[in-house]
Design a protein around this ligand. Structure first.
Ligand code: ADP
Ligand code: NI
Length: 212
């Protein structure tokens, strides 16, 4: 793989996400790419593989295609048009297919690089940016900001988990507050703790103002 492949993947992703306002925009991809490269350097992973996979990680997301299969095929087609080693293509495809959270139903990442990219993607779902993305996503789906009648702090039934009409604040309990314990790399875990604390602080302030 060389610099040209990274540049071409960047163009491909930029073009693909132009105009998306659901939190799946180019800037998310760019943040994940920078985060993944930075973690890869700390963890001694292959930074170029992480960078390429990060750039492509949401291009094939099932939400952007008719199905997960079609999404993966879309990215695979692009990869096979590049003059890259077959072994690199296989590594990148493996990373992309394991990176999504999907309620924890995807196969766990095996390679160090897949762990790094998943950590980078998850870091972008927490902290100040994660909070912003959560409210953007909820707004785009017409979900409420907060439904105090559905309020709960630590426990939630599995039926509530599946409730598609939950609020943005619900999503903190459904996913965001769990992320710190799902990190794979030491570097990712350390960074997640800082961002986790921001979620906790935010919720504390949010409830204080709500109940004022
Ligand atoms: P990614 O895997 O790239 O982080 P997702 O598609 O899982 O992306 O979600 C995009 C963003 O929207 C994330 O920040 C996520 O936390 C947020 N999000 C996903 N589902 C919900 C939801 N039901 N309510 C609020 N925010 C959500
Ligand atoms: Ni992502």
């Amino acid at each position: 793989m060389d610099k040209q492949h990274i540049q071409d993947a960047e163009l491909f992703a930029r073009e693909f996400f132009s105009g998306d306002a659901t939190g799946h925009d180019w800037y998310h991809t760019d943040r994940v790419r920078r985060q993944a490269v930075s973690i890869a350097k700390q963890e001694k992973g292959k930074a170029d593989i992480c960078e390429l996979a990060s750039l492509l990680h949401d291009v094939g997301d099932e939400k952007m295609h008719a199905s997960q299969k079609k999404g993966e095929a879309f990215v695979a087609d692009w990869l096979h048009q590049q003059s890259m080693d077959e072994s690199e293509i296989i590594q990148v495809k493996e990373i992309i297919s394991t990176v999504s959270f999907k309620g924890g139903h995807n196969a766990p990442p095996q390679s160090l690089e897949a762990k790094i990219v998943q950590d980078a993607d998850r870091l972008d779902a927490i902290g100040a940016i994660g909070i912003a993305r959560c409210f953007m996503f909820a707004g785009s789906k017409g979900h409420a900001m907060h439904i105090p009648e559905q309020s709960f702090r630590e426990s939630m039934s599995s039926a509530e988990y599946r409730d598609n009409h939950s609020s943005a604040v619900h999503h903190f309990y459904e996913k965001l507050l769990k992320i710190k314990d799902l990190m794979h790399t030491k570097t990712g875990s350390e960074r997640a703790l800082v961002r986790h604390q921001r979620l906790e602080n935010y919720l504390r302030d949010f409830y204080e103002e709500w109940e004022a």
